[in-house]
Design a protein. Sequence first.
Lengths: 265, 340
Amino acid sequence: MTRNEYVPFSSHVLQVTRHTAIEYTFRMEYSGELKPGQFFEVSLPKFGEAPISVSGIGDGTVDFTIRRVGRVTNEIFEKYAGENLLLRGPYGNGFDVEDYKGKELVIIAGGTGLSPVKGVVDYFSGHPDEVQGMTLLAGFKSPSDILFLEDFGRWKQTMDVILTVDFAEETDNSCQIGLVTEHIPQLKVKNKKEAAVIVVGPPVMMHFCAKGLLESTFSEENIWVSFERKMCCGIGKCGHCKIDDSYVCLDGPVFPYLKGKTLID
Amino acid sequence: MGYVLKTKDMDAILKKWGGDAIIFAPVRYAGQSEFSGQDSIRYGAVKSIGDIVFDEKSSFTFKEALLPLCETLFYFTENSVKEADGKEKSAIIFLRSCDLHALRVFDEIYLNSGPADYYYARLRENARFILMGCEKSFRNCFCVDMGTNISQNYDAYIKLDEGNVHVDNKFDGWTADFESAAQSSATVTPDYVTDTDVHVRIPENLSLDVMDSNMWTEYDTRCINCGRCNFSCPTCTCFTMQDIHYTDNGWAGERRRVHASCMVDGFTDVAGGASYRQGNGQRMRFKALHKVYDYKKRFGYHMCVGCGRCDDVCPEYISFSTIINKLEQGMEEVTVNDEK
Ligand code: SF4
Ligand code: SF4
Ligand code: FES
């Protein structure tokens, strides 16, 4: 008999952390194989199911960073702590940390694009000796949009961190001002041709980052991207995530840039 | 094996089958067409041969029997999930050759690509298919060019001829029924068309580059993104999840899936607010290339079966075969631009 992939399981919400006015991280119970960049279908009361990428992997836990938008705009997410939510997954290929071991690694993330790649940042921040060097370049719209602020302090101890915002009313020293793309030429990387780069963010941002990287002599074949699409089913059925002949839920969401750049919708 | 039966004997067989199966076939709904004054031929449950419309094309298809328009998947509360029960009866489906080819597309996506779909598999498992032949092609059909005019993989083929029913049966489970009711045995082979009025040519060099052609612009205004072309298409497989909440707090309810259309607003909206393909022209490009380009890249044969139903139902008289035939010039246009 075919397994029923659509029936979710119930998982306990252990903790809810607020990052910004609309973004929260839910830490939930989960034990099982998991890769950064994979996603679950999370059922939110009043909203329905939404594909949410894994933004952290712990011992028996999984983190989801969720935006309070649409029908859940007025929900008080904090009160979900202690409740149960329905989940199904994990889906998608995710990032394979093996691809980056022994290399210089640059991770460029725009806005919520940091969520899917955060597991990779966490992993190498815990195993700095497994890469030859690591830079995290993360951009947000404004200081009040910054996600995972408390993690940046930890990451700074083991890697180069460039935290930048598109604009700020006033500046302190916690972040720089400017688009992520403006920082690409200054990246301190010894061997750009060989360095591995992960770029995750809105489509326009990924496009211009890739352009900037290639201009700075990074190699196309060493770049990875991750796509965000409306993934309704997660298992190649509903059709919402299809781009050309690829299903983002089955073949992605992580793609080598050489493939990713052909996926135009 | 082939048989000739009296219609009333075939009706008796249908009645017997009706004990544990719903028999789906094209039925006439008088005056219910989207075009005023015309009848609508759609799928419905039938009890006798006389209920079935053999000599006209249905504007909607058999797919609703295997992927209901709106299907409850399960019921949920905060802590529990209860799967929706399956149908008590299996399905016996009357369809045409193009439709049987479309069934292959459904099986490809719902059973073979990625994990199999539980709900589809459940309906598909005991479903039986009865082929209706085509003596002549209908308006807008281009099955011959798509290679879908002939089908062998039916459980039975049925043809009406001067008050008799001619059957070619391939399903062992039905042999006894036909043996006992038949007037005589006969060699029965399905009627199929060998030519259609409409022809299509899919260019060899077709690629995603054609998205930059101007050929799509006219559909920005002509197409009203009603999605009818998708809902009537036997190979459109997409759906959207929908939650119905029983309580104000949203913690109890049911999850359904409903047919979705890539032409209609909201198809690509992501939770963060982004959405892709805003214009109807590019939506048309997305649909067209799926039907005659990228599905084949992935699965090895074209998705479109050339049934022409999208043309039959479009309120703006947009012709999909015309779009296919414009692709060649569209490719020329973008290749010339490349060379500049
Ligand atoms: S092509 Fe015709 S049927 Fe399809 S969405 Fe546009 S107007 Fe509707
Ligand atoms: S695209 Fe049109 S002609 Fe092709 S299978 Fe669908 S409805 Fe039939
Ligand atoms: S999410 Fe449904 S097909 Fe990919």
